[in-house]
Write a protein that binds this ligand. Structure first.
Ligand code: ZN
Length: 254
């Protein structure tokens, strides 16, 4: 299996064909780091469409700041993440309001939601998804995982400060569960697709932890500091699965 962009895909890319966003991103990511493919693209573009070559040469040689920023945005975040961002901010504000209205010992809603807050964001980052059959994806096995990790970092960069504000008294309780859920979503996503993994984990958490906790008005045992070892184990196993199955993330379903 080649680790470069296939000739056919490179031609489609050079022609500006209507490829799925994620496919274009994966090519972008590969081109960033592969001089060979950049050279092939230049040749391709010359023979197919001089204009495209001109544009690419312009981008490669002297990228303007907006272009560079836009390209960076697509590898770190996607437009499909905007509704998620709005929803996350609103839900967190609502949780803060409820916590302010309902006094302890009633469990903090913000704390109950914290572990699964990034999960929807990870799914949103893949809302358009990668076409599982697309040849590009097999052509650039590492690009997929890089994209996944970059966008996950972008999600966490939003979620962690937000949660820190919402649950300022107890970051120790949710930070590790939050990271464990994120890694578990990605690891499980390699088997069933990220969106399905996210939906399954959020449902399980809601039914098994949030529901009982609200009904009994007692904070869940899994968010006590004594449970941190379990979350650490989940995180490590998830990260191992992620590393061992890296190539899977180049052909994830949305
Ligand atoms: Zn290459």
């Amino acid at each position: 299996m080649s680790s470069h962009v296939s000739p056919r895909l490179l031609r489609q890319y050079a022609d500006g064909e209507d490829l799925p966003d994620s496919t274009t991103w994966a090519v972008d990511v590969h081109l960033e780091s592969c001089a060979d493919c950049r050279a092939r693209l230049a040749t391709e573009a010359t023979s197919v469409a001089p204009l495209v070559e001109q544009v690419w040469a312009g981008i490669a040689a002297a990228e303007t700041v907006p272009v560079r920023r836009a390209r960076r945005l697509t590898t770190w975040a996607t437009p499909t993440m905007v509704p998620w961002l709005v929803m996350t901010v609103l839900v967190t504000l609502l949780a803060i309001l409820i916590d302010w209205l309902v006094a302890p010992p009633y469990p903090s809603v913000a704390l109950l939601l914290a572990p699964v807050t990034p999960v929807a964001g990870v799914a949103a980052a893949w809302a358009r998804g990668l076409d599982p059959a697309h040849e590009l994806v097999t052509a650039t096995p590492r690009a997929g995982l890089h994209l996944v990790l970059r966008r996950t970092v972008a999600v966490l960069a939003v979620v962690i400060p937000l949660l820190a504000v919402a649950t300022w008294t107890s970051p120790i309780r949710w930070l590790l569960p939050c990271l464990a859920f994120t890694v578990a979503t990605l690891a499980l996503g390699g088997f069933v697709g990220v969106r399905r993994a996210a939906a399954g984990l959020v449902t399980a958490w809601t039914v098994l932890v949030i529901g009982p906790s609200l009904v009994t008005a007692r904070p869940p045992a899994v968010l006590e500091p004594t449970a941190l070892g379990i979350w650490a184990a989940v995180f490590v196993v998830g990260a191992l699965v992620l590393r061992l199955r890296a190539t899977v993330y180049t052909r994830l379903e949305s």
